[in-house]
Design a protein around this ligand. Structure first.
Ligand code: GLP
Length: 242
C-alpha cells in the first residue's frame, strides 16, 4: 500500500485528480469505478476544472459506480445517480450512456445485482476503483459483520451508516434501509484502488483498516490483500498512523 498524508487540502485533491488524469492519458478508454459520499466531492470538482481546461478528457471513459440506495426514485435528490450526475457527469465530456450506477428501483434487485456483475465480468475489470471509507470500516456499502459477500448484492444498512447518512435527508426515517453494493470481491478485482479519507473522526478506522488485522469486522482491511492500493489521507485521518 502506498499511503500519503497531506497537510494541504488542495494537494490532497490534486494528487487524486492527477492519478486519474494520468491513467486517462495513458489509456483514454480506461474504466473507472466511482464512489459517492462527501469525501470525493472535491476530487470531482478538480477533475471538472481540469476537463474544462483541456487537461483531461472522459470522452472514451466508462464508469461503474459502487452502490445505490434501494427504493429511492432515480431522480431523488439523494440518489447516488443524482449525486453523480450533479457532482460530476453533467459537467464533463463523458457520454452519459457509458456511466453505470446500480438500479436501486429494479423490480428484481437480486437480478439487477447479477446483471451488474455480469456487465463487470464482460467489460471489466475496472482500471481504477475510487473508494471512500465509512466510520464503521465499510467500503461501498459492505457493512462489517461475520461474513462479507463477494459479488454485487443487496445489503441492509446498519444503524451507524443510516445515522451517518441522515445529514443528507430530512429525517432519519427518510434514509433508505437497503442498498445495492458491489461486493468486496468485485472491488478487489480492480487493477488499482484509490482510497480517499478525510477527517479526524476517521483516524481510528483508518488505523484499523490499514494497520489492523484483516477481518470482515472491518471490510476496508481487506484492501491490505490488494497489490496496488494508493491511500490519500488528510492530516486528521492519518493522525494515528505515525
Ligand atoms: C457512504 C457510501 C460510501 C462512502 C461512505 C463515506 O455510505 N456508500 O461509499 O465511502 O458513505 O462517506 P463520506 O465520504 O461522506 O464520509
Amino acid at each position: 500500500m502506498n499511503i500519503y498524508t497531506f497537510r494541504d487540502e488542495e494537494q490532497f485533491v490534486q494528487t487524486g485528480a492527477n492519478l486519474i488524469s494520468s491513467l486517462l492519458h495513458t489509456n483514454p478508454r480506461a474504466k473507472l469505478g466511482l464512489a459517492t459520499g462527501s469525501t470525493p466531492v472535491g476530487l470531482y470538482a478538480k477533475l471538472i476544472e481540469m476537463n474544462r481546461q483541456g487537461l483531461v478528457s472522459f470522452a472514451q471513459t466508462t464508469t461503474y459506480n459502487l452502490d445505490e440506495y434501494v427504493g429511492l426514485p432515480e431522480n431523488h435528490p439523494e440518489s447516488y445517480r443524482t449525486f453523480m450526475n450533479e457532482k460530476f457527469f453533467h459537467h464533463v465530456d463523458i457520454q452519459i450512456e457509458r456511466t453505470h450506477v446500480p438500479n436501486g428501483n429494479a423490480a428484481n434487485p437480486e437480478e439487477e445485482c447479477l446483471n451488474y456483475d455480469k456487465m463487470l465480468e464482460e467489460f471489466g475489470p475496472v482500471d481504477l476503483q475510487l473508494l471512500g471509507l465509512g466510520h464503521n470500516g465499510h467500503i461501498g456499502f459492505n457493512e462489517p459483520g461475520e461474513s462479507l459477500s463477494g459479488g454485487t448484492h443487496v445489503v441492509e444498512l446498519q444503524e451507524k451508516t443510516r445515522n451517518a447518512n441522515a445529514r443528507f435527508f430530512p429525517t432519519l426515517d427518510d434514509v433508505p434501509t437497503h442498498a445495492i453494493t458491489m461486493g468486496v470481491a468485485t472491488i478487489l478485482k480492480a487493477r488499482q484502488i484509490l482510497l480517499l479519507v478525510r477527517g479526524e473522526d476517521k483516524a481510528e478506522i483508518v488505523h484499523r483498516a490499514l494497520k489492523g488485522p484483516i477481518t470482515t469486522a472491518c471490510p476496508a482491511s481487506l484492501l491490505q490483500c490488494h497489490p496496488n492500493v494508493v491511500v490519500l489521507l488528510d492530516q486528521g485521518a492519518g493522525r494515528l498512523l505515525v
